[in-house]
Design a protein around this ligand. Structure first.
Ligand code: ARG
Length: 672
C-alpha cells in the first residue's frame, strides 16, 4: 500500500466540505509529507496553515476540526497537533506489522498492480530510447538514454502498465553516405572480409576526418576574422577611461570582463581548430586521400541522396552493411542486459514520408516557403521544416511518420522519448505539430495522448567538460564497460583479500562478480542523478563502497543474504516463517517503515519518470538496515520468536533491495 497516497486521500475526504475546488483540494491534500524528523511522527500535514486566510479562523482551530473529521484510526495513533497547526501522524505498529506480513507473503512485495483497487489505472506506454545512429561506434552519450529508458520501462512494467519498447535507431543518415563513399574509395578488401564492422568503423572515421578537415579549412578564415574583431573591440574598450560613479564603474568592468572571456573563448576555439587541422596535415597516411578528395563533403552528401532516392548500388551496399552494424549494437545491449520489443529505425519509415508531407499540406498545416515545405506553429518563431528544397526529408518528418505509425499500430496512452536535452526544441516542435495534425486528421482521436520528452543532461569528464578521450574524440561506450569491469575486479579482490578469515573467492568467481559489479556501477551512477542534470563521470566514485552506489547496494544485499547462509536457512525455510513481526526496537520500527515505503518510491519514480527516486529510496533502506543490524542481533537473538521476526525483516529487506535493483536493470550477487 502507498501509505502516503492513502493518507492524502483521507485528508482530501476530511477537507472536502471546506474546499469545494478540486485543484485546491488536491494541493492541500498534497501537503501531507513524510516527516523529516521522527520526533514529529512518520508523516506530517501542514494544510491547516494555508486555510487560515480562506476560512478566516486560527489555524490551530482548523487543525483541531480537521483532525476530528479525519478517519485514520485504522492506520495511525490519534494525530497530534503542534505549534500553529502542524498535524503529526504516527503509524500504529500493528498496522505496520500487518502490512509487512502482507508484503512478505506476496511475490510483488505488497505493491498493488495498476488497475487493482486503490492503484493507478493501467496505461499503455511506448518508450523510445537508446536510438543510436548505427554504423558509427556507440559512445558515452548513448549510455544515458539506454540505461534510463530501460529502467523506466522495467519500472512501468512492474507497476502493471503495458510497455512497448522501440529502439528508433538512426539507420538512414549521412553516416551511411560516409561509409558508402569510404567503401567505394578506401576499403581494404581483406580487412572488410575478416571483420566488416571494424573496417566500416575505420572507413567512417577516415571519411569523417577528411570531411571535418575540409569543413575546418573553410571555417578557419571566418573564425580568425571573428577573433580579430573581438580583439579590436576589447582594445578600444580598454583604452577608454573608466567612469568614477560606482554603478557605472561596475558595469564597465563587467563589460570588459565579458569581452575578455569572448576573446579567450574564440582564441581557444581557433587554437583547437588549427591544432586539429595540423594533426590531419601531419598524418602521413592522410596526405594521399586528402589531396585526392578535395570535394569529399559534397560527394558524401551525394552518396546519401543517391541512397535515399533508391540508387540500386547504394541500396545494395546499405543492405550489406546493416546486419553487421546491428550485430555491433546488439553485442553492447547483451552486455548491458537491455532488450527491445521493436527496433524500427528511420529507414523503416522512408516510404511513408511523402504521404506525411502530402497529408499535412492537404490539411493546410504545411506550406511551401522558399522552396522548402514548412509547418508553421503558433507560439514558435521558426517553422518546422519537413522537406528541403532538393526534396530531401528531415529528422522531423521521420518522427512525424513514426508517431503516426505508433498511434495506428499500438494505440498508446503515452509515448516517452528518452533523448538528450539538446533536442528539446525538436520535440517541442514535433509535439505541437502532431497535436494540430491530430485535430485536422484524427490520428488518434479525442482521447488524451501524452507525449513526453524525457530529457537528460550531459556526461562530463573530471574537468567538467563533455567527456572526451585524450585525443579529443568521444569516448566509445564499450571501452567504458571494459574499464568499469577492470576496476570492479580490483575493488572486489581488495575487499575479498581483507576478509578476517582470509579470501573466499576463486579468481573465476571474482571475474564473474566484477562483470556484474562493473556494469551495475556504470548504470547506477547514471540513474542516481536527477536525469536533467549533467554529471561527472568518475570510476572511483561509482565503485565506491560507501555512499549511494550500486557497489554499496550490492554489498548490502550480499551481507543480508550472508546471515541466511551463516544460519543455514534456506529460502524455503524463510518463506515458512510466520512469527508476527515485532517492532519494539526503534531501529526495527524504522526499518519496517522504510520497507513499507517501497510503494511510495515506485509511484514517485513513475509520476515524473525519474529513476533517482528509486535509487534514493534504496540507499535510505540500506542505511536503515545497517542501523538495525548494528543494534539488533538476528541469529543470536534472545528468543526464537525475536529471531524469526528479525529474520523476516532481513528477508523482506533483501527482497526489496533485489526487486528495486532489478527495476533499475541491476543484478545482485549472493556472495561477494
Ligand atoms: N538517433 C537520434 C540521435 O542519435 C535519437 C533518436 C531519438 N528518437 C526519436 N524518435 N527522435 O540523436
Amino acid at each position: 500500500m502507498n501509505v502516503l497516497a492513502e493518507l492524502r486521500r483521507r485528508f482530501a475526504a476530511a477537507l472536502a466540505p471546506w474546499v469545494p475546488d478540486p485543484a485546491a483540494l488536491a494541493e492541500l491534500a498534497g501537503m501531507v509529507r513524510i516527516s523529516q524528523d521522527p520526533k514529529f511522527g512518520d508523516y506530517q500535514a501542514n494544510c491547516a496553515m494555508p486555510l487560515k486566510q480562506r476560512l478566516n479562523r486560527a489555524s490551530r482551530d482548523i487543525a483541531t476540526d480537521l483532525v476530528a473529521a479525519l478517519k485514520v484510526n485504522d492506520l495511525c495513533h490519534p494525530p497530534e497537533i503542534a505549534g500553529p497547526g502542524f498535524i503529526n501522524l504516527k503509524l500504529r505498529d500493528d498496522f505496520l506489522a500487518a502490512q509487512l506480513n502482507h508484503a512478505l507473503a506476496d511475490p510483488r512485495l505488497g505493491i498493488a498492480a495498476t488497475g487493482s483497487p486503490g492503484a493507478a489505472p493501467r496505461r499503455r506506454f511506448v518508450v523510445d530510447y537508446s536510438a543510436p545512429n548505427v554504423a558509427k561506434p556507440m559512445h558515452v552519450g548513448h549510455i544515458r538514454s539506454t540505461v534510463i529508458g530501460d529502467a523506466l520501462s522495467r519500472t512501468l512494467r512492474f507497476a502493471g502498465h503495458e510497455v512497448i519498447t522501440d529502439n528508433h535507431i538512426g539507420d538512414w543518415g549521412t553516416q551511411f553516405g560516409m561509409i558508402i563513399y569510404g567503401y567505394k574509395h578506401f576499403r581494404d578488401e581483406g580487412a572488410y572480409r575478416a571483420n566488416p564492422v571494424a573496417e566500416l568503423a575505420r572507413l567512417y572515421k577516415l571519411v569523417n576526418r577528411l570531411v571535418d578537415y575540409h569543413d575546418g579549412r573553410a571555417r578557419l578564415p571566418e573564425l580568425a576574422q571573428k577573433l580579430a574583431a573581438q580583439e579590436s573591440q576589447l582594445k578600444t574598450a580598454a583604452a577608454e577611461p573608466l567612469p568614477t560613479e560606482k554603478n557605472a564603474l561596475k558595469k564597465a568592468q563587467q563589460a570588459l570582463r565579458r569581452l575578455e572571456t569572448q576573446v579567450r573563448e574564440t582564441g581557444e576555439a581557433l587554437t583547437a581548430l588549427r591544432a586539429s587541422l595540423a594533426a590531419v596535415e601531419g598524418d602521413a597516411a592522410l596526405a594521399g586521400p586528402l589531396a585526392a578528395h578535395p570535394k569529399i563533403a559534397t560527394a558524401v552528401l551525394a552518396e546519401t541522396s543517391k541512397l535515399h532516392v533508391g540508387d540500386a548500388e547504394n541500396l545494395a551496399l546499405w543492405r550489406e552493411f546493416m546486419p553487421p552494424c546491428l550485430e555491433e549494437i546488439a553485442r553492447i545491449y547483451r552486455r548491458l542486459g537491455v532488450t527491445f520489443d521493436h527496433t524500427l529505425g528511420e529507414s523503416f519509415y522512408q516510404d511513408r514520408l511523402s504521404g506525411v508531407v502530402a497529408d499535412l499540406k492537404k490539411h493546410g498545416l504545411a506550406r511551401e516557403s522558399d522552396g522548402a515545405v514548412c509547418v508553421f506553429l503558433d507560439g514558435f518563431d521558426i517553422p518546422m521544416i519537413i522537406q528541403k528544397q532538393d526534396g530531401a526529408f528531415l529528422y522531423a518528418t521521420t518522427d512525424l511518420a513514426t508517431i503516426q505509425y505508433r498511434v495506428s499500430e499500438w494505440h498508446p496512452d503515452a509515448i516517452l522519448y528518452v533523448v538528450d536535452h539538446r533536442q528539446s526544441l525538436h520535440f517541442e516542435h514535433l509535439f505541437a505539430a502532431v497535436q494540430q495534425w491530430n485535430k485536422a486528421s484524427h490520428l488518434w482521436g479525442d482521447q488524451n495522448l501524452e507525449l513526453m520528452h524525457l530529457r537528460f543532461g550531459t556526461v562530463l569528464g573530471e574537468d567538467r567538460r563533455p567527456i572526451r578521450t585524450r585525443s579529443g574524440e568521444s569516448v566509445a561506450l564499450e571501452s567504458l564497460l571494459d574499464e568499469a569491469i577492470r576496476k570492479a575486479f580490483d575493488v572486489v579482490s581488495t575487499k575479498d583479500d581483507a576478509k578476517p578469515e582470509g579470501a573466499e573467492l576463486l579468481a573465476d568467481e571474482r571475474r564473474r562478480i566484477a562483470d556484474v559489479v562493473g556494469i551495475a556501477a556504470l548504470k547506477y551512477a547514471d540513474l542516481a542523478q536527477n536525469r536533467e542534470s549533467d554529471y561527472i563521470f568518475s570510476y572511483d566514485k561509482m565503485l565506491s563502497l560507501e555512499g549511494n552506489t550500486a557497489t554499496y547496494m550490492q554489498f548490502a544485499y550480499a551481507r543480508v543474504r550472508n546471515i541466511f547462509a551463516k544460519g543455514q536457512i534456506a529460502d524455503a525455510a524463510l518463506a515458512k516463517l510466520s512469527a508476527p513481526v515485532n517492532l519494539s526496537q526503534p531501529t526495527e520500527r524504522a526499518l519496517a517503515l522504510e520497507l513499507l515505503r517501497f510503494s511510495e518510491a515506485l509511484d514517485a519514480c513513475i509520476a515524473d519518470y525519474r529513476p533517482n527516486h528509486l535509487t534514493a529510496y534504496l540507499f535510505e533502506l540500506a542505511g536503515r538496515y545497517s542501523n538495525f543490524y548494528n543494534e539488533c542481533s538476528v541469529l543470536q537473538a534472545d528468543d526464537p520468536a525475536t529471531r524469526d521476526s528479525r529474520l523476516r525483516l532481513c528477508d523482506l529487506t533483501a527482497r526489496t533491495l533485489r526487486q528495486g535493483l532489478a527495476l533499475l536493470g541491476i543484478d545482485v550477487i549472493e556472495r561477494m
